[in-house]
Design a protein around this ligand. Structure first.
Ligand code: GLN
Ligand code: ZN
Length: 761
């Protein structure tokens, strides 16, 4: 019988119970025992839900108080010195201090560990910090306790661990420079100890996640795999190595040959791995097929998956397992609760609980294809696929016709930058080192309350509009008083830079409870692209026009770009990401043109997620960058030469994508640079980046107000790399998370810094 298993389940809770409990605990409103109780109840409920859906082998170890990578750091004693109290005890508060920093308690005044994106997902993990003399000691027993817990509930279980190579890969060498791979020999005995202990608990199978096997790996890392797993082979329990988020490609032979008992592959992201894998896998090994997408919200096309299952069952028999493509951590919890979704759209969706049921059906089908439950599920699936393929809510001939008529010239401004900028300078008449901000001003409690009241129908549209206009008047008055050159309206009316636009586009749906963990207690609820996208009416024009009416200075229109809209949404699977980006581009293009027609001379199109979209494998970068750049150009190129297009990206590493950034051909790009002391501008200098640049001169993530001298010094550094006439002066990013007093104080200094530079250059 094919085994139905799951690689991991969302831990946050269908009602974000974990989020609420964590935040109450951090505030001091919930005691540790209460928090632990919530965790225990969630684990029990999640095992129960998976088992009820038909999952036979349940994941244990997918629960984490904050982040699963952090749990591993605790388990192995990878707790940097600054988090250790005088007794060397590792407690729940140590864990939270590592995650969030601490101002008091056990390790007062310490900075949290760094956080970064988990592969190409929107989940963020805490980066392990390794010192050259790093010792590893078993310091955290959560996993063993949870194994007992699941066992006591009568479940058949499979502990989940991050494999040793992936764990090391994710970490960072701190202190003296050294190769973290050198730590492997010291780390492996710990894995041995953990596995032995699990075996002693009666565990039969353990899952070791090695997603780095889908990356371009240096040769030393590839070689280390065999060494490591040869050593782990001794532990008396069976091991399943799990890979996901891509194809094994050049690592296929390596992964198939590891001395373990099973391999999981992601057939959603990399379907071409099947059937090749069948010929490469030793005949004693289990093959787990990831056929149900763990990263999206659509129902599985069971018929298509079944063709794979049938073929695999024939070859593998008992050795066939079925699973979601990756951990369900990246999917919302339960569709059952979506009582306000349009029924037609709802019928196309599956969240984590429903995905478990799909896995179970596929596993059953391997054994008994004629089982009535299998047949019924298959029939429903066929009906859903057919309905989607024919639905007029999805397929819009006018959108498709418009896309088909797009010509290369539509992605091309009328004149080259050198000519455009002359016309823009003549029109805008700005000083040297023009000052601006990135768009948002503080989202105060009053703003949020007004929006909430409006959404709940407690505040009339006219009153809400007046409240937002008052915010705009205030923001404009402050900016005029500060002496900024290019003003913004402040984005008070926006809840979120993607959702705000998605709500106004046709083809987007919204869930009520479709939360996915982003990091710690933070969750996001991405909008769902279900159909061809279009813009029925202008989205921002009235607000921006109103803002412009309040001032004689230049008002900058503010939009979110197509790539960022796409990256932060759940996307369609029936058409490519490229096509969806182009549809978004046309919708935004209309807005850009309407803003221009309303007399707006500067329009910023934010592409915060541009770099995030880069594929995991280098060989696929070119293709992505080509369509991503083109989508941006398509949305930005409908305007006259004297309309100035800005873009904004809130990071950092541009070295490897600078050519693409230049190809976007925005007249001005604003970027985050203050924390790197302008070193990030090096990429722009080395490439001879031709257009205007606004390197952020202060960090908006902290309430600290930098003084003028500090910003002058940064700008001087910038002007060593970029000609002064092409430099803008602005903060690193939007100011929505800041309060007004520190915002004004910092901007006063920023304007003063720009004036000083004008006087000396
Ligand atoms: N315009 C947005 C803001 O100022 C940009 C946010 C972002 O890049 N993340 O908030
Ligand atoms: Zn930003």
């Amino acid at each position: 019988m094919a085994v139905a298993h799951s690689l991991g389940f969302p831990r946050i809770g269908a009602d974000r119970e974990l989020k609420k409990a964590l935040e109450a605990y951090w505030k001091g409103d919930l005691a540790e025992a209460g928090l632990r109780d919530v965790g225990r109840r969630l684990r029990a409920a999640h095992w129960q839900a998976q088992a009820a859906a038909g999952i036979e082998l349940l994941p244990v170890g997918d629960f984490a108080w904050y982040d699963q990578v952090l749990t591993h750091s605790l388990m192995f004693g990878v707790v940097p010195e600054r988090f250790r109290d005088s007794h060397g005890q590792v407690t729940l508060d140590t864990l939270f201090a590592m995650a969030r920093g601490a101002t008091q308690g056990c390790c007062g005044g310490v900075q949290a560990q760094e956080m970064t994106k988990w592969f190409d997902t929107n989940y963020h993990y805490l980066v392990p910090e390794f010192s050259p003399d790093q010792a590893f000691t078993l310091s955290w027993t959560q996993l063993f306790e949870e194994v007992e817990e699941a066992r006591a509930l009568g479940h058949r279980l499979k502990p989940v661990l991050i494999g040793p190579l992936t764990y090391l890969w994710l970490g960072k060498a701190k202190g003296a420079a050294f190769d973290k791979l050198d730590l492997l020999e010291r780390l492996l005995p710990l894995y041995g100890e953990v596995l032995d202990r699990l075996a002693a608990q009666g565990v039969e199978w353990v899952q070791l996640d090695e997603p780095i096997l889908v990356l371009d790996l240096p040769q030393e890392w590839k070689s280390a795999f065999e060494r490591a797993y040869n050593l782990l082979q001794r532990a008396p329990l069976k091991k399943l190595v799990a890979t996901y988020f891509g194809g094994l490609e050049d690592n296929l032979g390596l992964a198939a040959g590891l001395p373990v008992d099973g391999l999981h592959i992601d057939l959603v992201r990399a379907p071409e791995q099947f059937p090749t894998i069948l010929d490469r896998l030793p005949t004693y090994k289990v093959l787990s097929l990831g056929l149900v997408n763990g990263r999206n919200v659509w129902r599985c096309d069971l018929e298509r998956a079944l063709t794979v299952i049938e073929h695999a069952a024939e070859r593998l028999g008992e050795r066939l397992w079925v699973a979601p493509s990756c951990s369900l951590l990246h999917a919302p919890v339960d569709l059952e609760r979506e009582d306000q979704l349009d029924p037609e759209i709802r019928s196309w969706l599956a969240f984590a609980v429903q995905k478990c049921a799909e896995v179970a059906v596929l596993a059953r089908a391997a054994e008994q294809p004629d089982d009535p439950r299998v047949q019924a599920a298959l029939q429903t699936s066929r009906a859903v696929q057919a309905a989607r393929a024919a639905s007029s809510r999805i397929h819009k001939p006018d959108v498709q016709a418009r896309l088909a008529a797009v010509k290369p010239r539509h992605s091309q401004r009328q004149s080259p930058f050198a000519q455009r900028i002359e016309q823009q300078r003549a029109r805008l008449n700005l000083p040297q080192f023009p000052t601006t901000t990135i768009g948002s001003f503080p989202q105060t409690g009053a703003i949020r309350l007004a929006r909430q009241a409006f959404k709940q129908g407690k505040l009339a549209l006219a009153d809400y509009t007046e409240a937002m206009q008052a915010e705009i008047r205030h923001a404009v008055a402050v900016q005029e008083q500060l002496g900024l050159d290019v003003l913004v309206h402040g984005e008070a009316e926006r809840n979120d830079m993607v959702e705000y636009f998605a709500e106004q586009l046709d083809g987007y749906a919204f869930t009520r409870f479709g939360w996915v963990q982003s990091y710690g207690s933070r969750c996001v609820k991405p909008a769902v692209i279900y159909g061809d996208l279009s813009r029925p009416a202008p989205m921002t024009v009235e607000w921006i026009r109103y803002a412009q009416q309040q001032t004689h200075k230049t008002m900058k229109g503010m939009l979110t770009g197509p790539v960022t809209m796409l990256m932060w949404s759940f996307t369609r699977e029936d058409i490519s990401r490229e096509q969806q980006a182009r549809q978004l581009a046309l919708a935004i293009r209309d807005e850009v043109c309407d803003l221009e027609a309303a007399g707006i001379g500067v329009i910023q199109i934010d592409e915060a997620a541009f770099r995030e979209g880069l594929p995991l494998r280098r060989a696929q970068w070119r293709a992505y960058l080509d369509w991503a750049v083109d989508a941006f150009r398509l949305c930005a190129s409908g305007v006259r030469d004297d309309t100035q297009i800005h873009t904004h990206m809130c990071y950092s590493e541009f070295n490897d994508v600078i050519e693409a950034i230049a190809a976007m051909d925005a007249d001005v790009i604003t970027i985050e640079t203050s924390r790197s002391q302008m070193e990030l501008l090096e990429a722009f200098r080395a490439f001879d980046y031709p257009n205007d640049i606004g390197p952020g001169v202060y960090d908006i993530h902290s309430p600290r107000v930098p003084d003028t001298a500090e910003m002058v010094q940064l700008l001087e550094k910038a002007s060593e790399r970029i000609p002064a006439e092409r430099l803008w002066v602005n903060p690193d990013c939007g100011l929505k998370t800041r309060a007004w007093p520190e915002t004004e104080a910092a901007l006063v200094n920023m304007v003063a810094a720009a004036r000083q530079l004008r006087a000396t250059h």
